[in-house]
Design a protein around this ligand. Structure first.
Ligand code: SF4
Ligand code: SF4
Ligand code: SF4
Length: 301
């Protein structure tokens, strides 16, 4: 992998932080198992910073690691973030889960992340490149908060044809309740309760998840219609007003449930009704942690 300017600056910044002992670890991305995969890496020694890279395959939201005891034990932490990941940091700070003073935020300018798959096109297999939907509506290409900014020299990703991210939301909104119910029931029926969506989410950090509480048993843990719907709906409610739309839950889901349709729908409704966007303003109070007499309350009848 050739080193470009963005990698040089990233590595130099991380080296300075580790050498000066401003941080004890830097969380970033490194090469993965093939040229289309990058993976998280934890750098603790200045001599290892040359393992850090950034490119459009750096899809993981590294903020998820900040709540892990194995990472917390390091204390002061440096973390490399794209704009969407940085929104997760903001929410964690708002919710008193991480201390801003303990963090050194290395923001990277990001023009979008992509997935590359071998697409089965009949006789010939083609390499198919897809930009994640979240990137097509992104307005945080430059992270909102950072201590160091690594500007991008990666060209903008060109999209061919007309792509309408999250177009299904409008279609679902136009359906009667029965139609929406049928759509989601079919999707949730696929759920195998692996909880990958929870594990990868930077904002699912309860020490004991509601699905693991059995006195009383709030959620049926069997893989069947009622329990699957309960799990997915309760998780969506727990993330409403908090989800920053990093898309990691949907990416991790092994059965391809379109979880971002729920997340994006929730985010749009909350913005429309309360004028609130999660992860944007570190000094604001979480939307469901505050009350105003002027709040939308048509649902209380
Ligand atoms: S949503 Fe924005 S910041 Fe996040 S990966 Fe896509 S382009 Fe980058
Ligand atoms: S619910 Fe999904 S999109 Fe939202 S913050 Fe968690 S992982 Fe990211
Ligand atoms: S990742 Fe997908 S299959 Fe696994 S629990 Fe979540 S929704 Fe269900």
């Amino acid at each position: 992998m050739n080193k470009n300017k963005i990698d040089e600056k990233l590595q130099k910044t991380a080296k300075g932080l580790l050498e000066s002992k401003a941080v004890n670890v830097v969380i970033g991305w490194t090469k993965g198992s093939n040229p289309f995969r990058m993976r998280p890496v934890f750098i603790t020694k200045p001599e290892d910073v040359n393992k850090l890279y950034f490119n459009p395959h750096c899809v993981q939201d590294l903020a998820v690691f900040l709540k892990k005891p194995e990472v917390k034990k390091f204390g002061r932490t440096g973390i490399v973030v794209k704009g969407c990941d940085e929104k997760a940091l903001n929410t964690l700070i708002q919710e008193y889960q991480v201390l801003r003073d303990e963090l050194k935020i290395i923001g990277v300018e990001c023009m979008g992340v992509i997935r590359q798959n071998i697409a089965d096109k009949g006789e010939s297999n083609l390499l198919e490149t897809t930009v994640y939907d979240k990137c097509l509506i992104c307005d945080v290409h430059t992270p909102l908060i950072y201590d160091y900014l690594v500007e991008s020299d990666i060209p903008e990703i060109k999209i061919s044809g007309s792509v309408k991210p999250y177009a299904k939301i409008k279609e679902l909104d136009s359906m009667l309740v029965e139609g929406r119910d049928k759509f989601w029931q079919k999707e949730f029926d696929k759920c195998i309760k692996c909880y990958a969506c929870r594990q990868v989410c930077p904002l699912c950090y309860c020490s004991r998840c509601i699905v693991e509480k059995n006195m009383p048993q709030w959620i049926d843990t069997n893989i069947e219609e009622t329990g699957n719907a309960q799990w997915n709906m309760i998780r969506a409610y727990h993330l409403s007003g908090r989800c920053i739309g990093c898309g990691e839950c949907e990416r991790a889901c092994p059965v391809n449930i379109p979880l971002m349709l729920i997340n994006e729908k929730m985010a749009r409704d909350i913005y429309e009704k309360f004028g609130y966007r999660s992860g944007i303003d570190i000094n604001s109070k979480p939307v469901f942690g505050t009350f105003s007499e002027s709040d939308f309350n048509e649902f209380i009848k």
